[in-house]
Design a protein around this ligand. Structure first.
Ligand code: HEC
Length: 465
């Protein structure tokens, strides 16, 4: 053996050792699959993905996994496992992932699936729910000749057999390659629409199944029924984007994206003092808990009367501790002055501040909430670092509040951090992780806030670890 060859060998071995562990393309395909779906790939799926990884097409392979390009078939696990597990703790104070689908998590899933700008999700008029044919109550009928007869449904009549003239009904679904149709009467009066809102079950023609209820304002059964039936949430005909006005809120001013969802309300408008919707929004969407935000240098003129100014006889404690959270939080929480969660429903009473906002008047000179105005006192001081955008310092109601949060740098980097931690299954704390999160954040912003791409890029960042 020549001396040069010997040195080359030594050099290449030591070089190998210094590098990250090497993975075969097949191993990488498997890792990508598991990190995005939480499920194991089949051999056939790996055979399909392996050459793509080999050819350096990692992002394409990730999209194939998510969108289930044949032969990949995981029942939409990216949505029903990964995204659902990520989204669910945002809608309960216990931060558990063990809760059924709800309007908040379904809307997050839908926005990601449809690749809509995710930075609008805290204020936009959007909710995802299943659509189909409601057939109780007499306003809507389901007719066809193919599907099995369902109790309570008029069977086997074609749309044209309705006795309605053209223009009075519309075909809303035609079974591909068949004459079977689902029809709906059109031209409803307002009164009929109100009645239609109270209709019960929902028939989903393309799946030929029934979702227990079409109601979403007063119950979570609609979403639970979807969960229980294990439906594929990547199915674009199932969860469909709608306005919240159609099902959830009668007052347009109540609508504020996820913040006015039933799930958010059931977690944070229920009981309490409507500070929770602010505190938990900070935690889940800006990645800052209240301890981190605590800033005692902020003026406290919006602190409410229920906050004791000398807790345990100590005004120092108030100044050194209580003020730090309440000055910023109480001033923002005005946004939720008209919301409550009563009898299983988010209520919104424009012009009427809910009693709990002003109860327990321990300190009579404290702030009395008279409307739903809010102020952002955290634009200065340590919390200026959240990267507030524009010149918004105050506003009216939850919509503008949600928009302000959605426009912060913190919201974008928080989404990147959470996506990274989710698919890479580790805390982003080391310098290497933080550099990756910074890269992901800027790519996310450049992609017009495409969360699907963000999750894909995050999985690729740590793929070869
Ligand atoms: C780390 C941040 C933080 C600090 C410090 C803090 N609070 Fe709070 N406080 C909150 C949050 C968040 C809520 C809302 C909790 C909820 O509804 O889930 C709250 C709620 C309250 C409420 C309403 C309780 C109710 O539901 O009726 C009172 C009263 C209150 N705080 C007083 C104080 C006093 C007095 C101090 C100082 C001893 C203090 N807080 C310090 C964050 C803080």
């Amino acid at each position: 053996m020549s001396l040069i060859y010997f040195f080359l060998m030594v050099f290449s071995f030591s070089n190998l050792e210094a590098q990250a562990p090497q993975h075969t393309p097949r191993e990488l395909a498997k890792k990508l699959y598991v990190s995005l779906t939480g499920t194991q790939p089949s051999a056939a799926e790996l055979n399909f993905l392996e050459p793509k990884i080999q050819a350096g097409q990692k992002a394409q392979a990730a999209r194939d996994i998510i969108d289930q390009t044949s032969p990949i078939n995981n029942g939409g696990a990216f949505y029903s496992v990964t995204i659902k597990d990520w989204a669910t703790p945002k809608f309960n104070k216990q931060k558990t992932t063990l809760a059924p689908l709800n309007d908040g998590t379904a809307t997050i899933i839908g926005m990601i699936r449809d690749e809509r700008p995710f930075n609008t999700i805290l204020y936009q008029d959007v909710i995802y729910k299943a659509t189909g044919v409601t057939f109780k109550g007499g306003q809507l009928w389901y007719f066809d000749t193919v599907y099995p007869v369902i109790a309570g449904v008029t069977p086997s009549v074609l749309c044209s057999g309705l006795g309605l003239t053209a223009g009075q009904f519309k075909i809303i679904y035609t079974v591909p390659g068949s004459s079977a149709k689902a029809c709906r009467r059109t031209g409803f009066t307002q009164a009929q629409l109100v009645a239609a809102r109270d209709i019960d079950a929902l028939y989903v023609p393309h799946k030929d199944l029934i979702i227990e209820t079409n109601l979403v304002a007063t119950t979570n059964r609609h979403y639970e029924s979807i969960s229980e039936q294990g439906l594929d949430l990547s199915d674009r005909q199932l969860l469909i984007s709608q306005g919240q006005g159609s099902k959830l809120h009668t007052s347009p001013a109540a609508i504020a994206g996820l913040l006015s969802s039933r799930a958010y309300g059931s977690a944070y408008f229920f009981a309490g003092t409507n500070r929770a919707p602010v505190a938990y929004a900070m935690e889940h969407f800006l990645c800052k808990d209240m301890e981190e935000l605590n800033d005692t240098t902020i003026e406290d003129n919006r602190n409410r009367r229920d906050v004791d100014r000398s807790p345990g006889g100590s005004s120092t404690l108030y100044k050194n501790r209580c003020v730090g959270c309440h000055a910023g939080m109480d001033a923002m929480a005005g946004a939720f002055a008209y919301y409550d969660y009563l009898n299983g429903k988010v209520t919104y009473t424009p012009g009427n501040v809910v009693t709990k906002m002003n109860h327990n008047a321990l300190f009579s000179a404290g702030y009395v909430t008279g409307n739903d105005s809010w102020i952002n006192y955290w634009r200065v001081g340590q919390n200026a670092a959240l990267g507030w955008s524009r010149d918004v310092t105050e506003g009216i109601g939850a919509t503008s509040f949600g928009r302000m949060l959605a426009d912060t740098e913190a919201f974008h980097s928080c989404m990147a951090k959470q996506a990274y931690e989710k698919v890479c299954m580790k805390k982003a704390s080391a310098n290497e992780d933080l550099a990756r999160v910074a890269r992901l954040t800027s790519a996310y912003k450049n992609s017009n806030f495409n969360m699907k791409s963000l999750f894909i890029n995050a999985a690729i960042e740590c793929l070869e670890d």
